[in-house]
Design a protein around this ligand. Structure first.
Ligand SMILES: [Zn+2]
Length: 179
């Protein structure tokens, strides 16, 4: 497990203390299945591809939309794609929802083959190699805000990379670190 740095830990405690204490909660309407549509939009700056689709509705994942997402989140260096974990896609969805931005999220890194992971100096057992991690940025939102939003969701791992302007999210154990 990555060691939480001072700042990352302070941010985390800040959240626990109340400023961002409320984790994302399903509203009664959503719980009743009235508005369960989950729409996600992403831009991949490496390939200049876009994803914008309702990937979940009426209690089901849309196969075609999911395949489109796997495609945009592929290892573009090696042209290989895998399934991206639903839980990680849902974390991205919740981030987009909390940010209330109509501009798409930007996908810095999705799936990585071991070869690409070595090339970018990823962690030895990176969740990116399992299709369980996404590195995300946004053209109109600070990395600090993206980080706060990701922590609030408590969906898994959250890595804060302020100098590289992105936040890593994965569906592994809840933990946080600063890159
Ligand atoms: Zn990452």
């Amino acid at each position: 497990m990555a060691k939480a740095t001072g700042l990352a830990r302070r941010e985390f405690l800040l959240g626990a203390a109340g400023v961002l204490a409320t984790p994302y909660i399903v509203t009664p309407a959503q719980a009743a299945g009235q508005t369960d549509e989950r729409r996600l939009s992403f831009h991949n700056p490496h390939t200049n591809e876009n994803f914008d689709a309702v990937y979940f509705s009426k209690g089901q994942y849309d196969e075609q939309a999911m395949r489109e997402f796997y495609r945009i989140a592929r290892d573009w260096r090696q042209e290989k794609e895998v399934k991206i974990d639903n839980r990680t896609i849902n974390i991205a969805y919740n981030m987009q929802k909390l940010l209330e931005q109509s501009t798409p999220l930007m996908l810095v890194s999705g799936y990585r083959t071991p070869k690409t992971n070595r090339l970018v100096h990823g962690a030895t057992h990176s969740f990116h190699m399992r299709g369980e991690a996404l590195d995300i940025t946004h053209p109109h939102v600070s990395t600090s805000m993206l980080h706060k939003v990701a922590l609030r969701i408590r969906g898994g791992g959250v890595g804060y990379y302020p100098s590289e302007h992105f936040v890593h999210v994965d569906c592994g154990p809840v933990r946080t670190w600063r890159g």
